[in-house]
Design a protein around this ligand. Structure first.
Ligand code: H79
Length: 594
């Protein structure tokens, strides 16, 4: 049975190979094998604030009367703004609304344990007082002050680690910096000169003038060999040996892994790592981007990332006046309220040992599983599949400490949720136990129950035979606003097979839905889904082609209804004939017929 590396076992190195496949150059997520002596705080922190703030914040997504969509910090590149025009923006950049104490307090109120702010993004403008260039906030703007000094102090005073984002390769302002091809001839550039004259001296400033840094957050590596990067890191390390370097320093030399922008791994990932999302669709402020994630979505995202063992670095984009958007302030504070009551289920935890269930996800602490109930079952009975040799000592609601009754039959734990359980983005149940719960393998049966509107068999839980593979597909909607979806691809021959093992907890009729994307060339092919041995035939429906710069569209294609007994069951999916890729299957959804 061929199984994609992600699915091998979750203790093996996962996810890196798929992610690296697509944009290795830009999104290097490989960390070095050695654990940094100061990695502990990072692993425990779980929630950090990312801040993108620069001249693009003042431009706010609109240039010469035209609105731009996507990543606002990319507007100089997107609108091909010449350096001579772009630098004029600094002359009116006067963020008098900036208040270091307010920003630091928001991070604290949100329950964030670290902060990473752009000292210099790709635009090349330094948001701190740099002696290396006059193109900085102190020397080139009417504001005339260094906001990073008071911010670093206000943040650290609250026990929050402070760090800088620094775009080490891309610098669109400098003739020898990476990636400005509209002003400068890329083939004539001397990247080494840029590194020696700007990037390295500036990073040295950041490492020596702002106290102890938690993180130096690099991005989009380029222009250096592995040997050069090693020397670069070694010399910087001497200034602050305790500072962590993100994986995007390149060549697999960082201290922890950063996933792709806006990417959450579908299964636990070992080691120290971080998912990074922005609150709306852009990292830098865009006036017309109001697509803010609700507190509920933020809480669930945080729980999901923690269940895979990582940190969530969540970005806010302050505007050109230095104000954080009102929605970010409100929704982050709401998230912080939830964390005040439920933080024990997030901070310091490791990945959950119970595979994803229709009710939600889990996180771990010694002797404890935190069960994050994202969807309450309609009978209020929480089914938790365990392993043999596990004894339960206590089960209670984290928020109120209210004990919950439960039954343990063999390996099956059933917890009774209170009828009065108030709706919440994530009600956390604590299960204390004796014994050792092994990390799960992805081929364990997926629970299917009639007490949820839907049960989902995610691509990552499939076992594959033949040509199929499980891939993280990367695409954007507007411009640089990346999305990632894990799908089963390349299943094309009649001998290829996608298999899901299920554990059906309730007998009855179920509707089986295939959630997939289908290229024009893949459409109208026959497939067959076996529910145990019962065949259900279907023919693929076209959704459109997969392009990197367009939404990947999915259809929920109802294959049919089957009648199930309680117990173990299997779904196998095959093309009826040899042909093209059948589809890109995101999940199989199983809905009880009520
Ligand atoms: O700071 C945020 C982004 O600006 C930065 N990473 C996060 C944290 C980032 N820099 N580069 N990338 C992400 C990759 C972006 C590539 C693209 Fe494009 C930008 C795709 C579309 C716009 C370059 C230009 C590649 C295609 C067109």
């Amino acid at each position: 049975m061929k199984r994609f590396i992600l699915a091998a076992t979750i203790s093996a190195a996962v996810s890196a190979p798929v992610l690296a496949q697509t944009m290795d150059e830009m999104w290097d997520n490989r960390a070095n094998g050695k654990e940094h002596p100061n990695i502990k705080w990072f692993k425990e922190a779980k929630f950090g604030m990312f801040i993108h703030w620069g001249l693009y914040s003042k431009i706010a997504g609109e240039w010469k009367g035209k609105k731009y969509y996507g990543s606002g910090e990319w507007i100089m590149s997107q609108a091909k703004i010449p350096v001579k025009e772009y630098e004029q923006v600094a002359a009116s950049f006067n963020p008098t609304g900036f208040n270091a104490e307010e920003w630091a307090q928001l991070a604290a109120d949100a329950g964030m344990k670290y902060m990473v702010i752009t000292a210099k993004h790709h635009e090349g403008f330094s948001m701190y007082d740099s002696k290396v260039t006059p193109f900085d906030i102190k020397d080139a703007t009417p504001y005339g002050k260094d906001p990073m000094k008071p911010l670093s102090e206000a943040v650290r005073r609250r026990g929050i680690r402070f760090g800088f984002y620094y775009s080490q390769f891309q610098d669109w302002y400098e003739p020898n910096g990476g990636k400005n091809s509209w002003d400068y001839d890329e083939s004539k550039k001397n990247y080494q000169l840029y590194y020696q004259q700007k990037a390295i001296p500036q990073i040295r400033e950041l490492l020596t003038q702002y106290g102890p840094l938690g993180i130096l957050w690099f991005d989009t590596p380029g222009g250096m060999t592995k040997e050069q990067t090693t020397l670069f890191i070694d010399s910087l390390r001497q200034l602050q040996p305790g500072c962590l370097f993100s994986s995007r320093v390149g060549h697999g030399l960082g201290d922890y892994k950063d996933l792709g922008d806006s990417e959450i791994p579908p299964a636990p990932v070992p080691g120290a790592w971080e998912s990074l999302y922005t609150h709306n669709d852009s990292w830098g402020y865009i006036q017309h981007d109001l697509n803010f994630k609700t507190p509920e979505a933020l809480i669930r995202l945080l729980a999901q990332v923690a269940s895979r063992g990582g940190n969530l670095l969540l970005n806010v984009g302050p505007d050109g006046n230095g104000r954080i958007p009102e929605y970010s302030i409100r929704y982050l504070k709401e998230t912080g309220k939830w964390l005040k009551e439920n933080g024990a289920s997030i901070y310091g935890t490791t990945n959950g040992r119970i595979p994803d269930q229709p009710w939600g996800v889990s996180t771990s602490a010694p002797g404890k599983q935190f069960l994050h109930v994202l969807h309450a079952p309609d009978d209020r009975k929480l089914f938790v599949p365990l392993q043999s040799g596990i004894g339960i000592t206590r089960v209670y609601l984290l928020k109120t400490r209210q004990p919950l009754s439960y039954t343990l039959k063999g390996k099956d734990l059933t917890i009774q949720l209170p009828a009065s359980l108030p709706p919440c983005a994530d009600n956390v149940v604590v299960m204390e136990y004796k014994g050792e719960i092994q990390n799960y393998t992805l081929s364990l049966p997926v629970t299917v129950s009639s007490h949820f509107d839907q049960n989902q068999l995610e691509a990552v839980r499939a076992s594959l035979k033949g040509n199929g593979s499980i891939k993280s597909l990367t695409y954007s909607h507007y411009y640089g606003d990346w999305k990632h979806t894990t799908c089963i691809t390349d299943v094309k021959d009649s001998t290829d097979e996608i298999r899901f093992n299920m554990r059906i907890t309730d007998p009855g009729d179920y509707r089986i839905i295939l959630e997939y994307s289908c290229e024009p060339s893949s459409a109208k092919q026959e497939g067959v889904l076996y529910f145990n041995d019962q065949p259900v035939y279907f023919r693929t429906l076209k959704t459109g082609s997969f392009e990197k710069t367009a939404p990947l569209l999915f259809i929920n294609h109802i294959a049919g209804i089957v009648t199930a007994k309680a117990g173990d069951a299997v779904i196998r999916i095959r093309p009826a004939f040899n042909g093209k890729e059948l589809f890109k299957l995101r999940s199989v959804i199983i809905e009880p017929v009520k």
